[in-house]
Write a protein that binds this ligand. Structure first.
Ligand SMILES: [Zn+2]
Length: 158
């Protein structure tokens, strides 16, 4: 079924802030903040009444250009210290990195394969402060254990 939805996007620029970038690892860099508001309305039924509004606030790093989502409002951002911002910023991990991390974890029970995927996932998230990095490390450790176990078995059999 097709539901006609009209959406209106408005982007408001926020203050420039000083923060520690989780992507390039630089401290005290200038970040541009903005708030994107999306109003969605059902075109035929209530064209002027938004039934679903979403707000997304972003910080773009002045050094590397990477964008981060934050849960802080624009007002909170202007008074926040670099440490406050760092705690409320999530580095965006790309789709391929996420796939590798999940594969690394799933394939950890198989020697070598898990190690390769977890290794790639780990490299992709190396400098990022994100939960994905933790998952990548877990996958890497588990894969290392199974790989080491298999190596020992092979050596014992010879
Ligand atoms: Zn950066």
């Amino acid at each position: 079924m097709f539901i006609p939805i009209a959406s209106k996007r408005t982007e408001t620029a926020g203050p420039e802030i000083i923060f520690n970038c989780p992507a390039c690892g630089k401290e005290g860099v200038v970040g541009k903040t903005s708030e994107m508001m999306e109003e969605n309305s059902l075109l035929w039924i209530m064209p002027s009444m938004p039934f679903f509004t979403s707000r997304v606030r972003r910080i773009v790093c002045g050094q590397c250009g990477k964008a981060f989502r934050t849960s802080l409002s624009l007002e909170q951002l202007s008074d926040a210290s670099p440490e406050d911002v760092a705690r409320n910023v999530a580095a965006q991990v790309n789709f391929i990195a996420k796939c590798c991390i999940i594969m690394g974890l799933v394939l950890a029970i198989f020697p070598f394969f898990g190690l390769v995927f977890a290794g790639i996932g780990m490299l992709c998230t190396l400098k990022r402060r994100t939960g994905w990095r933790t998952v990548a490390i877990i996958g890497l450790v588990l894969s290392a254990i199974t790989t080491a176990g298999i190596m020992v078995i092979i050596m014992l059999c010879n």
